[in-house]
Ligand binder design. Structure first.
Ligand SMILES: C[S@@+](CC[C@H](N)C(=O)[O-])C[C@H]1O[C@@H](n2cnc3c(N)ncnc32)[C@H](O)[C@@H]1O
Length: 195
């Protein structure tokens, strides 16, 4: 997040068609929950477009990169590499140590799709399990980011974009960022009820 060393998510592997929604959701979850960048495989162009479009509409900063050299990106990462896997160490055991290291250096969080090769396990500084049960890369990423940022990502401020959602008990309210004062007050005339 802002004012910290970079947090980047790498989606390892992508099967066009079958993985489209999952890969898109990895990108959207990375953006929403505090990462600065997502690296998607170069055959995931449609997912990249969707995540960029959401960033344009709802704000950033957040970078989306397409990169076919995934193994090299992991190997050459200058910082800490965390690989999320059901076979890894318990997140609750290693989260404090990873948070301390991330305060000093960039972190690359690798999530798989299809089978992840052993060299990724071998190269990672930490292989981390969000439980040791099989589930999904999106769920694992969400829990891990929340543990990494200790909940601070929920209060993140967004810059730019075209719209902000106003949280409310019932219904949907969306305004333009320009209609929100620095103290968070919203111009009542700007409120656009969407039903
Ligand atoms: C559906 S799994 C498929 C894993 C694949 N069959 C393999 O053996 O490498 C896709 C991804 O979800 C993530 N994942 C699944 N369960 C997880 C868990 N318990 N903790 C952390 N990540 C998990 C991992 O990143 C994994 O690569």
């Amino acid at each position: 997040m802002q004012d910290e060393p970079e947090c980047c998510v790498l989606r390892f592997g992508h099967r066009p068609g079958r993985d489209d929604r999952m890969t898109t959701h990895v990108g959207l979850t990375a953006r929403a929950l505090g990462a600065d960048r997502v690296i998607l495989p170069d055959n995931a162009g449609q997912s990249a477009e969707t995540v960029r479009d959401i960033t344009d509409r709802f704000g950033g900063p957040f970078e989306v990169e397409l990169n076919g050299e995934q193994r090299a990106t992991i190997r050459n990462w200058e910082g800490t590499v965390v690989h999320l896997t059901m076979y890894g160490e318990e997140v609750q055991t290693v989260q404090d140590e990873i948070r301390e290291v991330h305060a000093e250096e960039p972190i690359l969080i690798v999530v798989g799709g299809e089978k992840v090769p052993f060299e990724v396990y071998d190269h990672a500084d930490w292989n981390v399990g969000v439980t040791n049960q099989p589930h999904s890369e999106v769920a694992g990423l969400a829990v891990f980011l929340d543990r990494l940022f200790d909940g601070a990502e929920l209060d993140r401020e967004w810059e730019g974009g075209e719209q902000r959602v106003l949280p409310m008990e019932t219904g949907k309210r969306v305004v333009s960022p320009e209609d929100i004062d620095e103290d968070g007050t919203v111009d009542p005339a700007a409120i656009d009820d969407e039903g």
